[in-house]
Write a protein that binds this ligand. Structure first.
Ligand SMILES: [Zn+2]
Ligand SMILES: [Zn+2]
Length: 148
């Protein structure tokens, strides 16, 4: 699911100024295949520029408000962020590992989700669909097996 995005254009299309912080955060989310926590984003950013975690929070909040990033909830307190998919019908479920806290993207086909049908039949307006599967990832299962 690697797509090349034009971050300048994305920001401009929402009327936001393409500041360095906003661009770098979008870039980091675009370069990573999986949704990241604020902590992850901050430590990746800290390698390139000086930025504090509060700024990262603020920028993510703003980008979320303008629909450029998606805030994904997990059963832990740390929310994960990912770039919003340009086509909302490409909505896909996520897998959350309760052991290591990693959030992974699942293919849209992994769970039957008929978003088009829902939108046709639902009397209100569907803005966003979020499906999260919780469990233990393959790596953690293996580690647990080795520790027993
Ligand atoms: Zn895990
Ligand atoms: Zn995803």
């Amino acid at each position: 699911m690697q797509t090349k995005y034009d971050y300048q254009k994305m920001l401009k299309s929402t009327g936001l100024k393409p500041t360095k912080n906003r661009l770098s955060i979008l870039e980091i989310l675009g370069e990573n295949q999986v949704p990241l926590t604020v902590g992850d984003i901050h430590s990746l950013l800290a390698r390139r520029c000086r930025i504090n975690q509060v700024t990262v929070y603020r920028v993510l909040d703003l980008l979320d408000k303008y629909g450029l990033v998606e805030r994904l909830s997990t059963s832990s307190k740390a929310a994960h962020y990912a770039l919003t998919h340009p086509n909302k019908h490409a909505a896909h479920p996520h897998f959350y590992c309760k052991s290591c806290g990693q959030l992974d993207c699942l293919s849209p086909e992994s769970i039957e989700l008929d978003a088009m049908n829902l939108e046709r039949n639902f009397p209100g307006k569907v803005e966003r669909i979020e499906v999260r599967v919780d469990g233990i990832c393959k790596k953690c299962l293996k580690d647990q097996g080795a520790a027993l």
